[in-house]
Design a protein around this ligand. Sequence first.
Ligand SMILES: [Ca+2]
Ligand SMILES: [Ca+2]
Length: 212
Amino acid sequence: MRKGRPVLLALLATCTILAFLAAPPLVAAQGIDVSPDWWDFGDVEVGSSETVVFSATSQELVPLSVYSVEIVDDASGSFTIVLGAPPPSVLLYQGESIDVSVEFAPSGPGAHTATMRIDSDAEPPDHRLMIPLQGVGFEDQPCGPDELPCDVNSDCVVDRDDLMIVLSHRNQSAEEAPECDLDEDGTITVLDARRCVLLCTCPRCVCDEPLL
Ligand SMILES: [Ca+2]
Ligand SMILES: [Ca+2]
């Protein structure tokens, strides 16, 4: 019976240590929460733009200074901060936010990337936050005979398919297929097809080469 008490104490000590190890660590929230923490603007037509608002919220127990919010690594110059960015630096108390609007206006067709950098006196690693940005620029292609002469099948290219359609109306009145009377002389002839040849948009007037 005398040996029972030390054994019991040892068991209690072991259980206490195990419970301590199993408990989640108590870590105070700190740093900056940025929402959203990245953004894909998707497909945006060249000449237009899309804007998204990022909200950066302080989680620090002490007032936090945000020194600057900048766009970096923007090789094509397609991303701009349009509203809300310091300097001068902004002092945020815990739970306070700043909203920053970023505009994507693609400078040309294709994929564009950049980074929004937020510098503050938050504890590392949040003192310099890097928010990835991306988007794709596209250009509307002219389609149809009104926009692209001789694109009589409205597939945005002029190729042999259009020539065949013009030739299928050969010797017909232009009233039958006005879009095929390229020289507007009232009759669809081989001369209209020749005009189309000069307007072909692909090599050898073939836009969809079969894969061999
Ligand atoms: Ca066509
Ligand atoms: Ca004609």
